[in-house]
Design a protein. Structure first.
Lengths: 287, 197
């Protein structure tokens, strides 16, 4: 029978079996450099393939979830029999995403990511007949102190709002400083009013199959991207201060600063969009 | 105070005992004894020889510094270089500025690099753990946009941290040698034995 080895001998044998004698510091450093380069290449490669660096409406540009280190709080507003609705969102500083995709029995699902857990917006809900109104306002906004009333942490304020896609909706969005992504391809709009201060704004209506709507967009400083479906019979009137205009799938009308989607007919219901831009480029896309 | 050979040798011995090894101390004392003997044979007095050699306290201080610097050069250790730097301060107060201040700055810089490397290594390791937990579906750890990318990026971070720590070791070795050369130059300037470049 083989005698049991003492514990120390087993460890010594194991280390000996690793044959580390040929492992010099130079080899260790070279291995570490190789592992570092390969790891970063694969890691950022996967991140790029996953869409992290693509110029879409939500570019990540960091390997982390942009809300990963913020506390989240979700508030849900059920439809409660409403056949139409109006939603008003007012955010002073922070990033805002508004999109369709709320559960069928909900009008709105608002998730607020904030560095300070106590920093939550004020909600106001009212019902007028079968029209339901929801207002979501940043607490500091009423005091007109968007910028200076909060600690620098309050800039880490991200709102993610899901809207119901079942009923006609009048949407008003007012933001101060921060990026704003409004992705409403699946919703049914009656009016859309967007008023932004500083920051990039994307309004994506690609795939929109809802009813005719009118939209008024005021963008202060920052780039604006407006995307509508190719056959949506849309007319865009532009009033721009300083910046470039780039259009894809739009035709410039005889009227100055008026663009129409391909196949536009004024005899059909028209989606009228009026854009007033201060400083920044405008990208119009009919996709 | 009597300025004779015995007193000179006694002061030297008292100041150098405990710093120098016995054989080295005996060599030095015998050199000075011989110096006195030759001088007296040539008709010079103890006082004259004392004045020509210089104060035994200063001589002992210089011998001590040179010995400690040589020791730090031969046996590399934090303790030896620290003793050498402290001993050099005894050669003149201005060395607080010319030796101690750069030495402390150097130590601080190496410490910052070391801590930075350790921190990056730690965060890399934590990133791997978070990625794996996210991969198995623990939502509380969902910090990565893509957990698989997170595993690789964290691994890269961890190895980068280790490289910084290893680089810091080599940097410390390099600065150790620079420090020894600087101390030697400093001593030669103070004792007036600096050779022309």
């Amino acid at each position: 029978m083989k005698p049991e080895q003492p514990q120390d001998d087993r460890l010594a044998n194991f280390i000996f079996s690793l044959n580390l004698s040929g492992l010099t510091m130079t080899k260790v450093i070279l291995w570490l450099i190789a592992i570092t380069i390969v790891s970063f290449s694969i890691g950022f490669g996967i991140l790029a393939l996953a869409g992290g660096f693509s110029p879409g409406p939500n570019p990540v540009a960091t390997p982390f979830n942009n809300t990963a280190f913020l506390s989240a709080n979700t508030t849900t507003f059920p439809l409660e029999g409403a056949s139409s609705a109006s939603v008003r969102i007012v955010l002073g500083t922070g990033d805002l995403t508004v999109r369709g995709g709320a559960r069928p029995d909900n009008l709105m699902e608002a998730t607020v990511y904030a560095a300070t857990p106590g920093m939550q917006p004020e909600y106001a809900v009212s019902m007028n007949g079968t029209e339901k109104s929801v207002s979501m306002t940043e607490t500091g906004h009423k005091k007109k102190d968007w910028v200076f009333a909060h600690s620098p942490d309050s800039w880490d304020n991200t709102w993610d709002v899901l809207l119901g896609e079942q009923i006609p909706l009048a949407l008003t969005v007012n933001t101060g400083a921060g990026d704003c992504d409004i992705l409403l391809g699946g919703t049914n709009l009656t009016t859309l009013s967007v008023n932004t201060g500083a920051g990039d704004t994307t309004i994506d209506l690609a795939g929109y199959h809802g009813g005719q709507f009118d939209a008024v967009i005021h963008n202060g400083v920052g780039d604006l991207t407006l995307r509508v479906p190719r056959g949506s019979n849309t007319r865009v009137r532009l009033h721009q201060g300083v910046g470039d205009i780039d259009t894809t799938g739009f035709e410039q009308n005889d009227e100055t600063c008026c663009y129409t989607s391909a196949g536009f007919s004024s005899a059909l219901p028209v989606n009228e969009i009026t854009i007033t831009q201060g400083v920044g480029s405008i990208q119009l896309e009919a996709v | 105070m009597l300025q004779n050979e015995q007193e000179y040798i006694r002061i030297l011995k008292t100041r150098l005992e405990g710093t120098l090894p016995k054989d080295e101390l005996d060599d030095i004392l015998s050199d000075y004894t011989e110096h006195f003997s030759i001088g007296k044979a040539n008709g010079r007095t103890d006082e004259e020889l004392w004045r020509s050699l210089g104060s035994p306290e200063d001589i002992a201080r210089e011998i001590r510094v040179m010995h400690l610097v040589k020791k730090a050069e031969n046996v590399r250790s934090c303790r030896n270089i620290f003793h050498a730097v402290v001993a050099t301060l005894g050669l003149g107060l201005f060395n607080l500025v010319f030796v101690l201040a750069p030495f402390i700055l150097l130590i601080m810089m190496l410490l910052v690099f070391f801590l930075l490397g350790m921190m990056v290594t730690f965060f890399g390791f934590a990133g791997i753990v978070y990625s794996l937990l996210q991969l198995i579906g623990v939502s509380a750890f969902s910090v990565w946009y893509s957990p698989i990318a997170g595993v690789f990026i964290s691994t890269g971070m961890m190895t980068t941290g280790l490289l910084v720590v290893i680089g810091n070791y080599y940097l410390a070795r390099f600065f150790y040698l620079v420090c020894i050369r600087y101390l030697k130059w400093n001593i030669s300037v103070i004792t007036g034995t600096e050779s022309a470049p």
